[in-house]
Design a protein around this ligand. Structure first.
Ligand code: HPA
Length: 274
């Protein structure tokens, strides 16, 4: 289904009516087990997805399904606690719907976080990775269908989806905090099944450093509508076939819990410097 400009505006208006004169500048999408940052927002105004016209519910475990508006590190933020995934049965357009709505509300920056499998055998589970670029070429684009010129052009450039200035800012911030930060390419896979070892070897050959089931669609849409993007990944597990053990959701959630302090410190310090 193609959403219309009117629908995006209706969603934005419904949210705006709850915000008073608050105008968010930084949209944040928090991944598996990382949603706790939303609970740390000051003077929060929470809006459940189910109360926003045209929004879909988020059904993935560890995803609350609400937007929290308020202040974090002195920045006016809109935090998505819980994102939609293609594997939940949503189209890519549905998955990235909220990003456009947040753009209409005033956000010009998007910070995306996720948990992902580590494809590199010389890195370790628990490491954090700055996303430098992404590969999502085996599935359709969230921009498929009629283009809405209010958001951007039909054939948008994707050379710098992850904004170089924000990458440098994250690097510098991690250095200051003495948090080791890997850098690499996020390789998008549909899920919900974890990848096969053969798929991971293919991803590695193609230049992927991390594999995950989220983020890439939202970032394409953010780039299209002119937002600056910062992407941070928690490498929650070694990708399939690297270790002689099955992958499990529990492993991902446990890793997110273990990385909580480090991850939160990095995101907060980046926010402060924006
Ligand atoms: N593969 C895909 N998505 C993931 C993984 C993985 O290994 N870990 C966390 N999200």
């Amino acid at each position: 289904m193609d959403y219309t400009m009117e629908q995006y505006r209706e969603s934005a208006q419904a949210i705006r009516s709850r915000l008073g004169d608050f105008v968010p500048k930084v949209a944040m999408v928090l991944g598996s087990g990382l949603g706790f940052l939303g609970d740390e927002v000051e003077d929060p105004i929470a809006v459940d997805y189910k109360d926003i016209p045209h929004f879909k519910a988020s059904t993935a475990p560890g995803h609350k399904g609400r937007l929290v508006f308020g202040t974090l590190e002195g920045r006016k933020v809109a935090v998505m606690q819980g994102r939609m995934h293609h594997y939940e049965g949503y189209s890519y357009e549905e998955v990235s719907y909220a990003v456009r709505v947040l753009r209409l509300l005033g956000c010009d920056t998007l910070i995306v976080t996720n948990a992902a499998g580590c494809v590199r055998t010389d890195w370790q589970a628990g490491d954090l990775m700055l996303i430098t670029d992404q590969i999502k070429m085996f599935s359709e684009s969230p921009l498929r269908g009629e283009n809405l010129p209010e958001f951007g052009v039909r054939f948008p450039d994707a050379s710098h989806l992850y904004t170089p200035r924000l990458r440098e800012l994250a690097r510098e911030t991690a250095r200051e905090l003495s948090i080791p930060l890997r850098e690499g390419v996020y390789f998008y896979c549909y899920g919900p099944q974890y990848e096969t070892p053969a798929e991971i070897r293919a991803a590695r050959l193609l230049g992927g450093d991390a594999v995950g089931m989220s983020t890439a669609p939202e970032v394409i849409v953010a780039g299209h509508c002119g937002m600056e993007v910062l992407g941070l990944t928690l490498l929650s597990n070694m990708a399939a076939g690297i270790l002689d053990q099955p992958l499990s959701e529990q492993e991902v959630l446990d890793a997110a819990e273990a990385a909580r302090e480090k991850f939160s410190a990095l995101v907060r310090a980046c926010l402060r410097k924006l």
